[in-house]
Design a protein around this ligand. Structure first.
Ligand code: UD1
Length: 351
């Protein structure tokens, strides 16, 4: 039986984590060409993750860098098209909902190469979000759709997508096992275990609307314990442009953290406050309460089960929800999604 040829397209921090869970399994059965679009390029958002997670060096880096969504996605398409035309893989594998996901799927579909999408079927139903646009478009282009949950499968069914849909679980649950706990990180940041909150803010809807960014910082600074805030470069730049400084002294701003340190900070926190999809799930899987700094989430199951609570960006609402202990952490990880993705992809190719 000939080995499969798969081009995997990644580009942003969360995709390196997901690929680190899938790639070792995939390479047992397939020849993988790992393509990095270059969407994330700072060491702390990119190379540091490859090293820490043992992800093989990308075979190709397209070096697109930052830009408006259209320019960035277009640059990726221009560079992916000749590469895919030359390599002619059996599959193009993409993860999640970033511009790199869309470019990988669209470039492949235009060449008639089948697309496999990991994290299919998620919907926030907010079409103003670039990530929601990417999710919907990629799911409508994909031939194999790997859903983390039955709810995601149901979202696809409502859009008329039923062929090639598989519920496999969440590959991030597999990634949790790739890095050891590093409890010393907590003390190094001058924090006590169980005595702080972990917060992150990087979504465009929060960073590009000053009233939301200001409201979130106000809310965080009014909590009853210190808040550690690893800052995405986009958020740092917006805060500098707006002259925004967190009020009071309880917010500790630190650079973006490596994966192991982030999981450690989640594990030992009182609660997580975030607009990141990945962190919502990591908190959920590790049994830590999560407050979502958005008005809707594509991870509705976490809200339905009480693990996560939507708190938006108004300070009073954020503080009241945390004070009331509105979110209830309960461990819920189930491993094996990465192996299920690979088994299915190999099976369908050889069927
Ligand atoms: C992207 C994804 C988002 C994902 C996030 C993970 C899209 C539409 N969004 O958002 O879904 O949750 O990655 O982190 O694809 N920048 C740097 N250094 C870098 C990369 C970016 O300073 O290495 C700055 C640049 O100013 C850039 C801005 O961050 O303009 C935004 O970067 P971009 O890749 O467009 O989106 P993210 O906000 O990172």
């Amino acid at each position: 039986m000939a080995r499969l040829k798969v081009v995997t397209v990644v580009g942003a921090r969360p995709q390196f984590i997901k690929a680190a869970a899938v790639t070792p399994e995939l390479r047992r059965f397939a020849d993988e060409i790992l393509v990095h679009t270059g969407q994330h390029y700072d060491r702390e958002l990119s190379a540091a993750f490859f090293e820490e997670l043992g992800l093989p060096e990308p075979d190709v880096n397209l070096g697109v860098g930052s830009g408006s969504h259209g320019v960035q996605t277009g640059a990726m398409l221009c560079r992916l098209d000749p590469l895919l035309a030359r390599e002619r893989p059996d599959w193009v594998l993409v993860y999640g909902d970033t511009n790199s996901t869309l470019a990988g799927a669209l470039a492949a579909a235009k060449l008639g190469i089948p697309v496999a999408h990991v994290e299919a079927g998620l919907r926030s139903y907010n079409r103003a979000m670039p990530e929601e646009q990417n999710r919907v478009l990629v799911d409508h282009l994909a031939a194999r759709l790997y859903c983390p949950s039955e709810a995601a499968r149901e979202n696809l069914r409502r859009e008329g997508i039923t062929d090639g849909v598989r519920v496999v679980g969440d590959v991030l649950d597999d990634a949790l096992a790739l890095v050891p706990d590093r409890p010393e990180v907590v003390a190094e940041l001058g924090l006590e275990r169980g005595g702080y909150y972990l917060a992150t803010v990087h979504r465009q809807e929060n960073t590009d609307r000053p009233e939301r960014l200001r409201g979130i910082l106000q809310g965080l600074s009014a909590l009853d314990a210190p808040v550690v805030l690893p800052l995405h470069p986009r958020t740092a730049r917006r805060m500098a442009e707006l002259g925004l400084k967190p009020p009071g002294r309880s917010i500790r701003i630190v650079p973006p953290q490596p994966y192991g340190a982030t999981l450690t900070l989640v594990r030992h926190s009182r609660a997580v406050l975030t607009d990141s999809g990945g962190l919502q799930r990591e908190a959920g899987a590790l049994g830590i309460p999560c407050y979502v700094l958005r008005d809707e989430t594509e991870w509705g199951e976490l809200v339905a089960s009480g693990r996560a609570v939507l708190v938006g960006a108004e300070p009073d609402r954020i503080v009241a929800a945390v004070r009331a202990g509105a979110a209830r952490g309960r461990p819920g990880a189930g491993r094996g999604a990465a192996a299920r993705v690979v088994r299915d992809l190999v099976g369908v190719a050889h069927a």
